[in-house]
Design a binder for this molecule. Sequence first.
Ligand SMILES: Cc1cc2nc3c(=O)[nH]c(=O)nc-3n(C[C@H](O)[C@H](O)[C@H](O)COP(=O)(O)O)c2cc1C
Length: 342
Amino acid sequence: MGRSVGAQREPGAAVNRFRIPSSRDRAVAASKRPVAFDPSVSVGSVRLANPVMTASGTAGHSVELAPYGDLGRLGAFVAKSLAAYPWAGNPAPRVHPTTQGMINAVGLQGPGVPAWIATDLPALSAVGAQVVVSIWGRSVADYAAAAEQLAGLDGELRDTVIAVEVNLSCPNLEGRRGIFAHDAALSAEVVAATAVCAKPRWAKLSPNTDRLVDVATAVADAGADAVTLINTVLGMVIDVDTRLPTLGNGGGGLSGRAIHPVAVRSVFDVHQALPTLPIIGVGGVTCARDALELMLAGASAIQVGTATFADPGAPWAILDDLFSWAVTEGISSFDQVIGAVG
Ligand SMILES: Cc1cc2nc3c(=O)[nH]c(=O)nc-3n(C[C@H](O)[C@H](O)[C@H](O)COP(=O)(O)O)c2cc1C
């Protein structure tokens, strides 16, 4: 089936594609289904119960989304990026709606890894979440320090953390200033420096470079188990009345539906160049169809970000719709979809 998602699409069919299957659908699916459906997916050495995760920075640091769904049901919860120290972030306004998305310059506000381990991680562990910790820094040493702090985890809290996502879309305040993720050698240096955490590391890359494949190759060579594609797209909004930038920081990062094709293209390009490198797709996923598009392009799993601001239950709705789709299609696993674009 995998290659047939586009081929089976008929005009007008898309809106009904992810309705709850009827008993007839189920009967058809049962007749098509060769074996039971296994929703789990592998991201390198990490096995996830299903391919749906939250995206860093859009679901809080801890159990903020718990009133809207069971965090333990998701493939993983990805926490907002943390530095080795508390960080205040940017001046307000920090977020602004745009056509088909939003722009933000939150500026990586966070309590720092030690405080997060003390207060936020235990709550995530208590609700049974599989947690991916995202770390950031302003220097290679900053990233190494955050990784070192995570190495100190033990017992149940250590087991709760299944991977570390290294957010490379940050300015390097040392030497050549610039964004880590725009520089293959620097990105590799950061990934190598975070090995001390002794957890699988996913390098989160930026689409704001024409060297995406080079950067992905470099971080994979440096020890990244997977790449997360993509972070936000550089953008800016100006208030015509005040003639001032709308965000307190000036520029910001564009996210949401508007950037979905950029994410699909990024995943596709990296998967074509590096077919054995696991990819987590993120960018403008608002429905199961968007998630499947990223998987067909080559993503083993996906993250839901900005859609969560419009509907905090979005990650679970997308998960349910993906399951419905899989049952209706009669697939035995998402492996039949991943990278299956024709
Ligand atoms: C308000 C906001 C805060 C974000 N904070 C982070 C962050 O702390 N770390 C990170 O790696 N990405 C961060 N992101 C980027 C998202 O994780 C994601 O890569 C991006 O928004 C694209 O996905 P989406 O279109 O589904 O939101 C943030 C995005 C938004 C909208």
